[in-house]
Design a protein around this ligand. Structure first.
Ligand code: 13P
Ligand code: SF4
Length: 320
């Protein structure tokens, strides 16, 4: 802990010296979230991370999260230096939606409005008409459905199916999934609920439909945190990355939070309720990125950036 305190103190000085701000996602480790809060940065869901970076005056944005979050920051503020603790922190949804294949899919359905989840590359975003995050996907698809638009949706099939069920919109799906949320298991969740009948079940919509069906509240990370505050229950079973417990526990100190059960434990589970790429954002990596950003800076070509900016801004304007 002494070592961590020393890291934190050096990072604080470096942030000031480099005119940088730390922006962290709710799934990063608790010490990273605490550091972002203590230094005037922010801890947020993917939509608010984008908005915060876009409006903050710092010259350098340190994005502790996964690659698409850094790329979104660069798309919105190309004049800033955008640095990540590691550019290797990716996302299974992004990896599972390569631009060539996605382009071919879109080309086959030119009559459809292309709606793309934020967890994608800037090239895929440039192909899209709209970007959404889980905070605003429902309202944006509702709006498009009201205008009788047929939708091509990518890449998260679980989120897409959830929105389709809620809105009744005509949606053709790309078949991507999040490796973390895909691991939650229905029977084990029912067993856990039987043990804690007074607990409310909170579910991120990247989870499979059978898990979403058991939920008392479904929503993005920020919406789940709000549900934990607003609901009268004293216990919650939470089906999303365990990084979120930091903020839930901070805001609800008298409530108890349990991880929803996953497929396996230890070595048998690829990603038991914690995203392996979010976990790459350590204090050491943040300090190194501040000292020497070489190889950690995010770049997006102008051509792609301009396309991605259009669809990303459409989301920001819609949700402003
Ligand atoms: P939120 O937009 O809900 O923060 O989700 C981002 C994400 O990657 C969830 O796995
Ligand atoms: Fe991607 Fe899932 Fe990790 Fe979120 S939790 S960044 S969707 S792999």
């Amino acid at each position: 802990d002494q070592e961590k305190a020393e890291y934190k103190s050096r990072i604080k000085q470096l942030l000031v010296k480099k005119n940088a701000v730390l922006i962290a996602h709710y799934y990063t480790d608790p010490e990273i979230q605490a550091l972002a809060e203590e230094t005037g940065g922010c801890v947020a869901d993917s939509l608010e991370m984008a908005r915060f970076g876009n409006q903050h005056p710092a010259e350098t944005l340190i994005i502790a999260g996964v690659k698409f979050m850094g790329e979104t920051a660069k798309v919105l503020t190309p004049e800033k230096t955008v640095v990540m603790p590691t550019l290797e922190a990716t996302c299974s949804l992004d990896l599972g939606c390569p631009i060539e294949e996605f382009n071919a899919f879109c080309d086959q359905h030119p009559d459809r409005t292309v709606v793309v989840y934020a967890n994608t590359s800037p090239a895929v975003k440039a192909r899209a008409d709209w970007i959404v995050t889980s905070s605003c996907a429902l309202e944006i698809v509702e709006h498009l459905d009201d205008n009788d638009e047929k939708i091509l949706w990518g890449p998260d099939r679980h989120l897409g199916n959830y929105i389709q069920k809620k809105t009744g919109a005509d949606m053709l799906m790309w078949q991507g999934a999040c490796i973390v949320h895909d691991e939650f298991k229905t029977k084990a969740l029912k067993d856990m609920k039987a043990l804690h009948p007074d607990a409310a079940i909170l579910v991120h919509p990247e989870s499979p439909a059978e898990i979403v069906e058991l939920a008392d509240a479904v929503g993005s990370t920020s919406q789940l945190i709000k549900a934990a505050q607003d609901m009268p229950n004293k216990k919650f079973i939470v089906a999303t990355d365990r990084g979120i417990f930091y903020k839930m526990q901070q805001l609800c100190p008298d409530k108890e939070f349990f991880e929803a059960p996953t497929a396996g434990e230890g070595a048998t589970c690829r990603s038991c309720a914690h995203c392996p790429w979010m976990a790459m954002n350590g204090l050491k990596a943040i300090e190194e990125a501040l000292i020497d950003p070489t190889g950690k800076e995010v770049f997006v070509s102008d051509e792609v950036r301009i396309g991605a900016l259009k669809s990303t801004n459409r989301m920001l304007d819609f949700t402003a």
